[in-house]
Ligand binder design. Structure first.
Ligand SMILES: [Ca+2]
Ligand SMILES: [Ca+2]
Ligand SMILES: [Ca+2]
Ligand SMILES: [Ca+2]
Length: 275
């Protein structure tokens, strides 16, 4: 446990500080290889010899580079399972692991993978972080970005709600506690406050090119945050999770009449450790 904790703290320095000075860390096990991407802000410090020491710029471009290059936290960069994916347009799950490009409070981002509402056909999406697991740090650990948008204000939001589940092995899933608090449990409400513990509620402000803010600060980035400490499973709380499964809530809860399933722009984690 002690070594795990030490590693977690060490990684947290790299992953979450937002500090330009990362010279203390060689981080050559970083599969995201963020140094080779254009526009990497981290290189601004003169004399940062980290880049020359890494020597990994000639590696094949890992998918994670697309989403993590400008940001300290890391997005899920592996599509594990996307039943129903057509591979075309919004049916291409690549858009759920390529970084987040939200369209603000009243916009509906299109850099998304669209799930459907047919149970066991197209209503789930499983993602992971290449070579890493998400572990519990202070506060929010995971943020899910779906393209919800305000219709007339923060109490009337167009939502395709999502149940968020995690797993250590990709087989046994544990959902974050969630409940619909509407007066009539069979009548849909567009008020996100009534959808406790769901994702797909909060518009996305984060845009990796145009608004590259801290993805795990939901006040800045938008999206819906989740804390591993809230999971009803002690092992996952302690040891972390490797997989996240997003499940359309509209198959078992009331949904907006126009909802056709969640549209996932990406999922970020604050704190990761190597597998
Ligand atoms: Ca936490
Ligand atoms: Ca949507
Ligand atoms: Ca949709
Ligand atoms: Ca995206």
């Amino acid at each position: 446990m002690r070594s795990t904790l030490a590693l977690a703290i060490l990684l947290s320095v790299v992953a979450c500080t937002g500090d330009d000075d990362d010279s203390a860390m060689a981080d050559d096990d970083d599969a995201t290889d963020d140094d080779s991407a254009a526009g990497d802000d981290d290189d601004s410090a003169a004399g940062d010899d980290d880049d020359s020491a890494a020597g990994d710029d000639d590696d094949a471009t890992p998918p994670g580079e697309l989403c993590a290059y400008a940001l300290e936290a890391a997005c899920a960069d592996v599509v594990v399972d996307a039943p129903g994916a057509s591979g075309l347009g919004f049916g291409d799950p690549f858009y759920a692991v390529n970084g987040v490009r939200g369209d603000g409070l009243t916009g509906s981002g299109v850099d998304v993978y669209s799930m459907g509402l047919d149970p066991d056909v197209n209503d789930t999406l499983v993602l992971a972080w290449s070579g890493r697991r998400v572990i519990d740090g202070p506060g929010i650990d995971v943020v899910v970005f779906e393209n919800a948008f305000e219709v007339t204000g923060p109490e009337v939001v167009f939502m395709d709600l999502v149940i968020v589940e995690v797993s250590a092995d990709g087989e046994t899933w544990v959902a974050w506690p969630h409940a619909y608090l509407g007066e009539d449990p069979d009548a849909y409400s567009p008020n996100p406050a009534l959808w406790d513990g769901f994702a797909g509620k909060t518009p996305v402000l984060l845009h990796v090119e145009d608004n590259p803010t801290d993805p795990v600060d939901v006040g800045l980035a938008g999206g819906d945050g989740f804390d591993l400490a809230d999971l009803p499973d002690e092992t996952l709380r302690t040891d972390g999770v490797e997989f996240i499964r997003l499940r359309a809530a509209g198959t078992e809860f009331p949904a907006d009449l126009v909802s056709n399933g969640p549209d996932i722009d990406g999922v970020y984690a604050a704190l990761l450790e190597a597998l």
